[in-house]
Design a protein around this ligand. Structure first.
Ligand code: UDP
Ligand code: MG
Length: 318
């Protein structure tokens, strides 16, 4: 018989002392059920990642880990943000588990989708994306901004799974490949599709937060969105080049117009030469900026040092 996989549920927590006492037992119940159903190994764990909380979250996690061996926790030295906390947990788990599932600690993501995720893994998928079937529980504002963001991202050429946040299953081999992505500005939901491997989606309904307040105020959402676009695409830089060419063409027309007007004697002295210079210099500057931008884009992508290929299977053993 094949060995049952060891599952690590990775849960970033930032100032969550209100919601953790409610959701921790829910996660444990789910894990015990999955173990009981014979889907995962007994050695599976729930790993909390404390993201430098300033309240009693870490003390709570420590207490939980003493209460039951299935709870474990790590703590970041300071608050680094959700994405970094999540990566820390996943990287910590990668040597210890066969599969990881990342999920928020506020009970919004339906834990019952984990059954389907594990089943999809056992079926041969290395990545299983949790996808929200609807956004009814979101405020109108969050819903519209989120939708605009997904549309903008795909227009910018970045590949993301629509309505998928950070609730997903990753196999250990995907985690070890993800470790090769050395970028500092993290946008995990955009990086995972770049890793590749066989993937599928599992739908779930997202509920309201069970307690406490959202740790993603508008400011953090905007900065995540900006990180998402700028770490996945150099299109904004290209847009400057196109704009530069467009302005240069306009300037060229402007130059001809100024010369013709001057020759026809319709202008005051000095006007044509000034207009020509302004148009010409404006156009040239924007093109130059665009070209510089193009190179900065290349340097930028190089500094990320992303792996150039990823081998998923071999006809022989390594
Ligand atoms: N989180 C974190 N560090 C932060 C902000 C949030 O680890 O700086 C965690 C938080 O504890 C939660 C998850 O990220 O488990 C998602 O945050 P939240 O539920 O507040 O976001 P929302 O669902 O409102 O978008
Ligand atoms: Mg939430």
């Amino acid at each position: 018989m094949v060995q049952k996989p060891v599952l690590y549920i990775v849960i970033p927590c930032y100032n969550e002392q209100e919601v953790l006492p409610i959701t921790a037992p829910m996660f444990l119940k789910k894990l015990t059920q999955l173990i009981g159903d014979g889907l995962i190994a007994e050695g599976s764990r729930i790993m909390f990642v404390n993201d430098g909380s300033s309240d009693g979250t870490w003390e709570l996690i420590r207490a939980l880990s003493e209460e039951n061996e299935h709870y474990i926790g790590i703590s970041q030295s300071r608050n680094r943000g959700h994405q970094n906390a999540l990566l820390a947990g996943l990287m910590e788990a990668k040597e210890l588990c066969d599969i990881s599932i990342s999920i928020d600690c506020d009970g919004q993501d339906d834990i019952n989708a984990m059954d389907k995720m594990v089943a999809a893994y056992l079926d041969g998928c290395d990545v299983v994306y949790g996808v929200r079937s609807s956004r009814e529980t979101d405020s109108f504002f969050k819903r519209t901004t989120a939708q605009c963001f997904y549309k903008l991202l795909s227009k910018m050429g970045a590949e993301v799974v629509y309505n998928h946040a950070d609730y997903r299953l990753l196999s250990a081999r995907v985690l070890s490949q993800l470790a090769n992505f050395k970028e500092v500005n993290l946008f995990l939901r955009g990086m995972v599709p770049l890793v590749g491997f066989k993937s599928t989606c599992v739908e779930y309904v997202r509920a309201e937060r069970l307690a406490g307040r959202s740790k993603y105020p508008l400011k953090k959402m905007l900065s995540l969105a900006a990180d998402g676009i700028t770490s996945l695409s150099v299109k904004p830089l290209r847009l400057i080049t196109s704009f530069g060419v467009f302005v240069a063409v306009l300037s060229f027309i402007g130059v001809i117009w100024a010369i013709v007007s001057a020759l026809c004697g319709e202008t005051v002295a000095g006007w044509a030469s000034t207009t020509c210079i302004v148009c010409f210099v404006g156009g040239v500057q924007l093109i130059c900026l665009g070209i510089i931008g193009e190179y900065i884009g290349k340097i930028y992508l190089e500094t990320k040092g992303r792996p150039r290929y990823i081998i998923s299977d071999r006809t022989y053993d390594e």
